[in-house]
Design a protein around this ligand. Structure first.
Ligand code: BGC
Length: 712
């Protein structure tokens, strides 16, 4: 934590007029090329190339990313701070998404823990490991809201809800920024890609932008995030990497953000492909004047903009502001004083223990008929089946930085070490996306010999993440047939899912008695899953996304509007499908436990509240089952009548509560009436008087109800 203290001291120093003057005078000594050099960010292939070292020497480089290890950051930093004319240190960026070497659950999984403290802890641990390797800046957290499970990057975010997404965003920013800089990305609306197709165009109204897509960015800014990354997508024809409304009006003027904005990988050059710039100079001018300070990987600022500035086509003041934002960030991080940064040694054992705890918390139990789970310790024979059962790569997830397969505990290993008295039979059954069923016979034979079969099925790690959209969301390859063949043996089946996209698995939901959604849980996946399978841990995760019944329902999210003809079973002319129910298979916020919880007696602290008030909802939650468990008590609100139709429910609070068997507790959740505001007809934030319905329950589809009125 010495680094934290160190950087805090520097931000105080920086706040002093002397430090600001130093930067002013530094700017005054810079040539135009050196200024634009500070805005130039390039990717290295593990270490800086000779050409990149030369750029550093010439002052034409602001930072590098993908330089791996302090042994590689140090030499090029030495060039920057000893051989360049002005000795300005470089930033070292890296995509430290959910761990550096110790890989934690993917962000989507972690969001299901509904535990922002856990997210802060894993970000802190990842930052510590990265800082020890010379990294000063991560391109995380990804805070894009995603309502479309086809979009591969849904795995990297916190799911569909802006409230949960905002808490997770702030927590991760705080965690990372104890040691390194964070980047909230991708600003903005990237998750709204049409048809879930990666990089696709978006159509987002200003209201939806402000109410759904922007809140997690605002939360990151309020948490002090150092940088934002502009997105690849266009919004109704205006690309995010050249969008003065987003990066100027909203981000800087309305929110007062004083950090810097970096483009995404070549997204400045891509303004040409979008069709809003005829060539590199125009693309660079559009991006820089819109508020994108740093150019990642296009080299356009440094190559093409000097001529435009000299021709007065870009005001020097615009360049200077961008440069100052980057220099201030370097100052705030402490790079001028300690360009190689304090060396820390991350605590290995604690980090592994944290990975296991958070992995356990992230698991969502979707189904558990006849209490198939937890498995008894003295189960005589368990068949462990499936292409992911002994995979050491896939649990690392789609973006695992320096995560190593040898660090991963597989499900098979986890089960073996938990059940030493049990005979564990293993059969792979099939590959993840093979078409061959040759391995089925062995799998079926193993299942027949066992008292229970654990099938570990799902996606390969590279089937989600960037550039990994899917148009079908079933199990790839022949896995579904494998599942059916094993279920047909009559041996009780536990389906353990590993996946980055939410999957649509109707057959399994109908026919498999127990299903656990584990996403990709990182290095401790196997231990955490075995902890849950054997009941050493009682599952408490909840879905951070809606699971549809069919592809045709997409987009399907819990906080939709009511429509003028909401679904009615007996009325044909209401909003529905002929061939599938309107409801999801599993709603947002859903997740079972090995115990049961009963909700009763929802009371509000007041029947009438003013905008400045806080309403406390108190609901009694009882553990009515036979073992201790943790419940995520969720509070939703619905504004019944407003000038603009409001969502049927909006999450406004939650609390994780641990109760012993038989214990009950009155749980208080406080909601500020101001937080019920929406964007009115005039696009100003407003809380309108009128009644609000409040729901407290175990998911977005259930709960106790109460009402209160907002008065003037
Ligand atoms: C991704 C970003 C990432 C960047 C740098 C891009 O392709 O969209 O999320 O930070 O590459 O690796």
């Amino acid at each position: 934590m010495s680094l934290l203290r160190h950087s805090l001291v520097l931000s105080i120093l920086f706040a002093s007029p002397a430090a600001a003057q130093n930067l002013d005078s530094l700017l005054g000594r810079m040539t135009l090329e050196e200024k634009l050099g500070q805005l130039n960010l390039l990717s290295a292939g593990g270490r800086a190339s000779p050409a990149q070292m030369q750029l550093a020497r010439e002052g034409k480089l602001g930072g590098l990313f993908n330089v791996i290890g302090a042994e590689n950051t140090t030499p090029v930093q030495r060039i920057a701070v000893t051989e360049s004319r002005l000795k300005i240190p470089l930033l070292f960026g890296l995509d430290v998404i959910h761990g550096y070497r110790t890989i934690f659950p993917i962000p989507l999984a972690e969001a299901g823990s509904f535990d922002p403290d856990a997210a802060q802890a894993t970000a802190r641990a990842a930052g510590l490991e990265a800082a020890a390797a010379g990294i000063s800046w991560t391109y995380a957290p990804m805070v894009d809201i995603a309502r479309d499970p086809r979009w591969g990057r849904i795995a990297e975010g916190s799911g569909e809800d802006p409230y949960l997404g905002s808490l997770m965003a702030a927590a991760r920013v705080k965690g990372f920024q104890e040691t390194i800089f964070a980047t909230a990305k991708h600003f903005a609306g990237y998750g709204a890609a049409e048809a879930g197709r990666e990089y696709n165009t978006t159509e987002i109204t200003e209201r939806t932008m402000r109410e759904i897509y922007l809140p997690p960015f605002k939360a990151a800014v309020d948490a002090g995030v150092a940088s934002l990354m502009s997105a690849f997508n266009d919004i109704a024809g205006v690309p995010s990497s050249g969008n003065a409304w987003l990066t100027g009006t909203v981000l800087r003027r309305e929110w007062g953000f004083n950090g810097f904005v970096v483009s995404d990988w070549t997204s400045v050059a891509e303004l040409i492909q979008h069709g809003v710039a005829a060539g590199p100079s125009e693309a660079g001018r559009r991006a820089l004047t819109s508020g994108v300070d740093m150019d990642m990987q296009s080299s356009i600022y440094v190559d093409s903009l000097p001529a435009l500035v000299r021709a007065n086509r870009i005001p020097m003041a615009v360049v200077d502001s961008a440069v100052m934002r980057v220099l201030r960030a370097k100052m705030r991080l402490g790079l001028f004083r300690d360009p190689y940064r304090a060396r820390t040694t991350p605590p290995v054992a604690e980090t592994r223990a944290l990975a296991r705890r958070v992995a356990r918390e992230s698991i969502v139990l979707l189904k558990n008929d006849r209490n198939v789970l937890p498995l008894g310790r003295n189960t005589p024979t368990i068949a462990v089946i499936g292409p992911l059962a002994d995979s050491k790569v896939d649990p690392l997830g789609p973006w695992h930085t320096l995560g190593q397969p040898e660090d991963v505990v597989t499900v098979l290993q986890g089960i073996r070490s938990h059940a030493s008295a049990t005979q564990v039979l293993y059969a792979r059954g099939a590959g993840i996306d093979d078409s061959s069923t040759a391995g089925f016979a062995e799998a079926v034979a193993a299942a027949k010999r066992a008292s229970v079969a654990v099938l570990v099925l799902g996606e390969r790690e590279d089937m989600s993440g960037e550039a990994a959209s899917r148009s079908m969301l079933g199990l790839p390859g022949v896995q579904e047939q494998l599942l059916e063949a094993v279920v047909a043996t009559g041996t009780p089946v536990v389906l353990v899912l590993m996946n980055g996209h939410p999957l649509i698995l109707e057959w399994a939901a109908d026919h498999v008695p127990a299903i656990a959604e584990t996403w990709f849980l990182g290095v401790e996946a196997g231990n955490a899953i075995a902890d849950v399978l054997f009941g050493d841990a009682n599952p408490s995760g909840k879905l951070p996304v809606t699971i549809p019944r069919s592809l045709g329902q997409i987009p399907l999210y819990y906080n939709h509007r009511n429509t003028g003809r909401p679904f009615e079973a007996n009325n044909k002319f209401t909003s529905k499908y002929l061939d599938v129910p309107v409801t999801p298979r599993y709603p947002f916020g859903f997740g079972l436990s090995y115990t049961t919880f009963a909700y009763s007696n929802l009371k509000l602290s007041t029947a009438r509240a003013r905008t400045s008030d806080t309403v406390t909802a108190t609901v009694t939650v009882a553990n009515t089952g036979s073992r201790e468990g943790t419940e995520v008590v969720q509070l939703y609100v619905h504004d019944e009548v407003a000038s603009v139709a409001r969502p049927v429910r909006e999450l406004k609070g939650f609390q994780r509560v641990t109760l012993k068997s038989g214990e009950s507790r009155a749980v208080d959740i406080r909601v500020g009436v101001r937080d019920l505001a929406f964007y009115g007809l005039d696009m100003k934030r407003v809380v309108e008087p009128g009644t609000f319905r409040v729901y407290a329950g175990p998911s977005s589809a259930e709960g106790q109800e109460a009402r209160f009125e907002v008065i003037r």
